[in-house]
Design a protein around this ligand. Structure first.
Ligand code: FES
Length: 109
């Protein structure tokens, strides 16, 4: 698939899979949005980077058991779905489909 076709399909290349450390977040910008990307044992997942409670950067949060803890007030989100897991967060963050194409991590928006 040519590069322009990838963008037309709403797929945005982010980084090489090999550059993503296990169980840590990385922040990228795609389509004007901040996206937090996490590599877990079972795959790569992308959610909105800004916490719905007070805009903490989830890509900087502590990762444990498939959840990320917001660095500001310790609310937790499920990394695979974006759903809130513990107070004070109540609203989910967006979850974006991830595709690995030729070793490059892409997010679909
Ligand atoms: S800003 Fe994330 S829990 Fe408050």
């Amino acid at each position: 698939m040519a590069g322009s076709d990838v963008f037309a399909a709403g797929l945005f290349p982010l980084c090489a899979l090999a550059d993503l450390p296990l169980e840590e977040g990385r922040c990228f910008e795609a389509d004007g949005r901040r996206i937090a990307v996490f590599r877990l044992e079972d795959g790569v997942f992308a959610i909105g980077d800004l916490c719905t409670h007070g805009h903490g950067a989830l890509s900087e949060g502590f990762v444990e058991a498939g959840e990320v803890e917001c660095p500001l007030h310790a609310g937790r989100f499920d990394i695979r779905s974006g759903r809130p897991c513990s107070a004070p967060v109540e609203e989910p963050v967006a979850a974006y489909p991830v595709e690995i194409i030729d070793g490059v991590v892409h997010v679909r928006i």
